[in-house]
Design a protein around this ligand. Sequence first.
Ligand code: SF4
Ligand code: SF4
Ligand code: SF4
Ligand code: FES
Length: 945
Amino acid sequence: MGLIHEIDFGTKAATAENLVSLTIDGEIVQVPEGTSVMRAAMMMGTQIPKLCATDMLDSFGSCRLCLVEIEGRAGTPASCTTPVAQGMVVHTQNERLGKLRRGVMELYISDHPLDCLTCSANGDCELQDMAGAVGLRDVRYGYDGENHLGQTKDVSNPYFQFDASKCIVCSRCVRACEEVQGTFALTIAGRGFDAKVSPGMEEKFFDSECVSCGACVQACPTATLMETSVVEIGQPEHSKVTTCAYCGVGCSFKAEMRGEQVVRMVPFKDGKANHGHSCVKGRFAWGYATHQDRITKPMIRAAITDPWREVSWDEAIAYTASEFKRIQAKYGQSAVGGITSSRCTNEETYLVQKLIRAGFGNNNVDTCARVCHSPTGYGLSAAFGTSAGTQDFDSVEQADVMLLIGANPTDGHPVFASRMKKRLREGAKLIVIDPRRIDMVRAPHVHAALHLPTRPGTNVAILTALAHVIVTENLVDSDFVRARCDGDSFGQWQDYVSQSQNSPEAMADVTGVAPDLVREAARLYANGGNGAIYYGLGITEHSQGTTAVLALANLAMATGNLGRVGVGVNPLRGQNNVQGSCDMGSFPHELPGYRHVSMTDVRESFERAWGVSIEPEPGLRIPNMLDAAIDGTFKGLYIQGEDIAQSDPDIKHITAGLSAMECVVVQDLFLNETAQFAHVFLPGSTFLEKNGTFTNAERRIQRVRKVMSPKNGYEDWEITQLLSNALGYTMAYQHPSEIMDEIAHLTPSFAGVSYDLLEREGSVQWPCNETAPHGTPVMHMEHFVRGEGRFFVTEYVATDEKVGPRFPLLLTTGRILSQYNVGAQTRRTENTAWHQEDLLEIHPFDAEQRGVIDGAWVKVASRAGETSLRAKVTERVAPGVVYTTFHHPMTMANIVTTDYSDWATNCPEYKVTAVQISLSNGPTDAQIAYATLGRNTRQIEIAAE
Ligand code: SF4
Ligand code: SF4
Ligand code: SF4
Ligand code: FES
């Protein structure tokens, strides 16, 4: 087991279908037209020396090391910038070229520290390799003249350092920041000898625009930009490819290791979701895996006021099983349930729902998707027949117009945001519909064509107004609708949206958006070529979340923007495996593959395989479990990898429900907020400690590979299996691949999926079965999964959560780049350097009216509760709107969110809460009491050795 080395072809692959023949060093080679001479040589196994070239970036041609001779051409052109031509005859190596290259290298080396033996890049340095490759043996110039050796290091970034004395000014870092990441944080300042890499206006990295994606570090051919972990630990010696455990983009990484210690996570170029790019979380924020706060021993306690008592695994599992049995014997079979995790693998999630349906004997299983994308599942399934996005990420490369609504990809889905920005720099147009002026509205070299700043809670109104314009201005793609959609539902929809009360003019009072902007946006989306919709939780987390998803589906069908590359309806899903947890049957009404529990044939196939009978009625959703707990009929809950006491709305209700239960079992990495109400704590394992698969937002199933043994002793699926066996329902899997085989056997859309296939193909997008053995990048190509696409009338119904004299502002919530959801992981990494606390964004007008200045403590009060945090005065939010993140438990942002929820799925209305803001002196009494409770309920009585 060694390091995985990916070949660097020096320049990007050409996409032309035409092949060109040329001769390189006497050998004939055929390559696509547009390929560089450097890449063509590499394709036949000849590596031409290079420094400024890398296949992640466009050719640049600055170092002059890759010179070649081409017969019939004067001079020695750079092979990285010279495209191949039919009949070309190239020589890559002879005495003249060798001498020229040695001359170039000599100049570089004469201004470079010769500390190779102690350099952190020793063994992984392209400069060192090239000195060897060109046969440089002497450097004639000494260090007496002017040089850069005395330059100081910039160690301001917690994850990488910049040692300017080692820089060869190849500008790979600058280009990576521009071309791959799209942040444009770096420049080459000065000219000639004075030329140097500069973050921003000669700032330190930490103080500049840099977002710590790591692209420049990866691109750097020397030790100038180097991961701090490599400096501290040394060069890695083996690696495995695995998948990021943060967001739904699903970036592939090489976990580069020494022994069982992670040295660094390097984005994998072959990763189909990220193509070698990353963000600060996946690339650097993995330190939580070995954080001292991790609980690695099981613990139990009779009452939540008791200190935790560490016990053996045997005792913990036996106790849990006996408690669940006792509860079911006393209160009935339905008195217990479970919550699956969108952070855990498909196999683990599948097993939890199996435990509940087969071991507990009821359907009381739910998942965090309940509080994020359940309307996506419901809406897309109703309109198209499948509960998932329609495209792969690569599709964006052919989008001409992007309609981005209720998503903030630069923070929430940063690697995909970079892809979007790249396409926008190439000329695609962007429409942003969002109450906030998110970064995508105006990023470096990216300006949204239109920003429609809606009032929170009015998505359905604005989407129906867009539909009104499309219908009344004859922008409907009638051929598509006629051929692909259900005519009756289209007719009803058309009649409805064309009514004058749905016009942009009539809706302007509701949405707060100028009618002209709405009309322009509709025309641009309908007429601008390939139109692709991207949306996030700003669509789903509303009382009309499902209606808004249906409205998006209507728009795409009406304009024919479905069924091919470059278009589609694309939910940007939040957690790493939220798609997978939904696919795996985590909802109380659905078995794996989104099949209703009432479907007899489906139920029977599971009953045969599992050897039990399955309840034909849906079980309880999370809010219903809590309601039932308060009513005294629901008494035991198994929660794997989910922190409902922090992430779900209306904390008072959650904590009341949890407190009313007799056995709450939390399986997690840390004593999270929910664990305060738990009686059993089962320590979980991180993604680095387990085998399995995650499914990302584009339905891509990817391997998660174990690179270290679980600190707690077991992978999470093994713990579920232990519990199941203790409950009397036997499970005997030896490896997660066997669980996947069972999933494939029972789920038609997964029928072709196996670990062997994933090993061969790298990843695969479901449906993957006999009809689509290599998966399905774009769905609904010939026809919709449900047959004909179905339109739905989307009447706007204002939320009951309304502003008034008591609560005149609208609070909406979201995430920030450096932190992740409840922050359990990211708060235990250096990412806190960027975000130590949640802040309340407030417009200067609203701030002034209340005497609020930047940094002041303010109280946020709603009809549900109140909390205090510090204010940030900014024009990113419109007057009348305030915004905060919810990454820190002390913020208790969800104490103010209400219990309103989506009509179809119960997805909470996080994005709209009427609030009042006033000055405060610091945390509220409730926040202080909560912190004290947290300290008390986290006490651990250390077992005597
Ligand atoms: S880390 Fe990323 S954002 Fe920062 S300078 Fe490097 S490429 Fe640019
Ligand atoms: S920091 Fe590295 S990538 Fe950037 S110019 Fe210097 S040597 Fe090249
Ligand atoms: S974009 Fe998402 S999946 Fe990719 S590295 Fe960042 S957090 Fe991980
Ligand atoms: S690698 Fe071609 S000029 Fe630098």
